[in-house]
Design a protein. Structure first.
Length: 241
């Protein structure tokens, strides 16, 4: 029975992913800080015939990451989804910036470091890191910085593990309707579009998946004509949440 660790599994993209992957024949290890919400997700999975192991975890704490992986035992799939945001201004306080770095960047690195030896021993495995379009277009301050760094780390790990049987994929969502974007106005795609991408990555690992697809246009424009992006976002970054 394959074992899947999903961080940030209590809500949003993580919850939707857990419910989709928590089909009979798979053990889903649910990690997040909110124990009550994790228990609800686990109950729903088990009610549908799946197997779930809720493990309340603060992924910003290295010791809790170690405990999470130990409780999971064998790990076939790691989905690094947990993430936190904050003000996009460079004036953001140090505590907020540190929290973003710990959860958005250091936690995925530590989790990969913990599961890669297990996957190497098995000769197979899948790692899916949930990045962001903000990791391609710098407009979200320290949040963008963590996602830019996660993109670089994912590229490095994928190349390091080439030929080992371990697939490594980066999924970069744009604005998705979750608690993290509840303050935003306008219509946004639901978490299901990201879950679809996760399933595609597990079937066939690939370098990067951007969802919804329309964000590829903005990324291409920012990459090829950065001066236009500078003008488009001038003065707006610090007020964009």
């Amino acid at each position: 029975m394959p074992v899947v660790i999903i961080t940030g599994a209590s809500s949003g993209i993580g919850r939707a992913t857990a419910l989709r992957l928590g089909r009979p024949g798979t053990t889903v290890v649910l990690a997040a800080r909110r124990a009550a919400e994790l228990a609800e997700v686990a109950a729903e999975i088990e009610g549908n015939g799946g197997t779930a192991l809720p493990v309340p975890t603060d992924v910003g704490d290295p010791a809790q990451i170690t405990a999470l992986v130990e409780k999971a035992g064998t790990v076939d799939v790691l989905i690094n989804n947990a993430g936190v945001g904050g003000s996009p201004s460079v004036l953001t306080d140090d505590a907020t910036v540190t929290a973003m770095v710990n959860v958005n960047l250091l936690a995925p690195i530590r989790l990969m470091r913990a599961v890669v030896p297990l996957m190497k021993a098995a000769g197979s495995g899948s790692i899916v890191n949930i990045g962001s379009v903000a990791g391609e277009i710098g407009i979200s301050g320290a949040y963008s910085a963590t996602k830019f760094a996660l993109r670089g780390m994912t590229d490095s790990v994928r190349r390091e593990l080439a030929g080992t049987g371990i697939g490594v994929t980066l999924i970069e969502p744009g604005h998705i309707a979750t608690d993290l974007t509840a303050h935003r106005k306008g219509r946004m795609a639901g978490p299901e579009v990201v879950v679809d991408a996760v399933e595609r990555a597990l079937r066939r690992p690939r370098r990067r998946i951007v969802v919804p697809f329309r964000y590829r246009l903005a990324m291409a424009a920012a990459s090829t004509l950065p001066q236009l992006a500078d003008r488009a976002y001038a003065g707006k970054a610090a007020s964009t949440r």
